[in-house]
Design a protein around this ligand. Sequence first.
Ligand code: FRU
Length: 481
Amino acid sequence: MNNNVTKDMVCKQMEKNQPLIARDPYRLHYHLMPSVGLLNDPNGFVFFKGKYHIFYQWNPFAVEHGVKCWGHSISKDLIHWQEVPVALLPDQWYDQNGCYSGSAVVYQNQLYVFYTGNVRDNEGNRQSYQCLAISNDGIHFEKKGPIIQVPDGYTAHFRDPKVFYMNEAWWMVLGAQTEAKNGEVVLYRSADLWNWTFAGTLTGNGHQGLDHFGYMWECPDLFQLGNKDILLVCPQGIPAQGFQYQNIYQSGYFAGEIEKKTMSFEHDAFVELDRGFDFYAPQTMQDQEGRRILIGWMGNAEEGSSQLPTANYGWVHALTVPRQLDWKDGTLLQYPVEEFQQLLENEVRFNEVVLNAQQLLSLCVDKAFAVYLTVEDMKQSCLNIQIAGSQIIYDSLLKVFTFKRKSFTSYQTMESRHCKLDTLSDILILKDTSSIEIFLNQGEEVFTSRVFDDKNEESVLFTADGEIKLDVKKWDVRRVM
Ligand code: FRU
């Protein structure tokens, strides 16, 4: 048993790191980030007793992956967050090497939290248990232990329970690896949240034309959006293909229909959720107003997190801004929740800006700002937006959108991500001190990335070859972290 990790030790780590983060030029102004150590997946995203709760995978003891706790923050409005005491510590035989990712639901006025207990035996072999913890106040949790063991036919890569209510039953989707080393999403069913029955494979390799589609699938999430059933999932082991699958692991969705009696899932091809460098393991919840809201990890499982510039200040990684999801004309749209607008101030507008070989637009910006531009007229031309060391390019001839940033490890090197985009109507750019989220065409495509620029490089420059007419708005974004 891992009795070494206590709440007290976590508090001491946080205190110890205070002076360092106070000096950090890269500390974000409006994104959730750890007060110390490494953060990864968002977990347990839920609305309970008047507040949003977000938990996250958290190693408070190093800027690398390791023994994972569940960090915890709460908010009334998805914008102002308050960090509260760590919710789960890896301190039991069934979770001693990590309280891995999971989800939360409200049942009979209590918060039920489901997570994966990760265990390594003396030989280093992995075991995993799906575990339950319950809370009355949403802050203190009582662990109830394992409720699901790995079934026959699967390896111990069996994790990340997401629980939801549908058709008068509780369901759980889990990320899994078959013994043949294929990724799958499996289903469980329950009447009381305690007793669970295996209900088969939802989809995976060999299903719905998916051949060799990754060796493991992580962090599934299943929900209805408009008239579609959407399965979010993070497959591992898919080789890059053209502009697609450029990151180490992928995060995307299958849209289709679930046949409610048999729970069989007819779906279309996998679509990536985000085209940037740093996005993974998103989780969604449905709020009181019926909105489907997503928060993602603004990172990926790339090696070398200790080389990130913020590692010098004792922390790495962050979460995205909460995004509302919508299904429109066969496309999944992601856009910052409307509450985000509360943080925008000092609006500056430039109407009918004409860019061409002679004319450019230059904006003065602070460390955290937002820009929204609508394209009024763009013939065959190339729009170029330089934001400190990063570059945004839309080539209307090639119909390709590109984002470029300086590599973290070698600042001389630029690296890029692309997507096909038939037309460009508008761009929303949310820039924070060391991150950028770019929403194209009201959220039809999104690029999320961390960017580390010299502290003095704060400007935005719009240029074009060929003529482009734009309306541009710019705001400062208020600091809330
Ligand atoms: C995804 C993931 C999950 C796991 C967690 C551990 O990033 O690998 O599958 O539960 O991180 O921190």
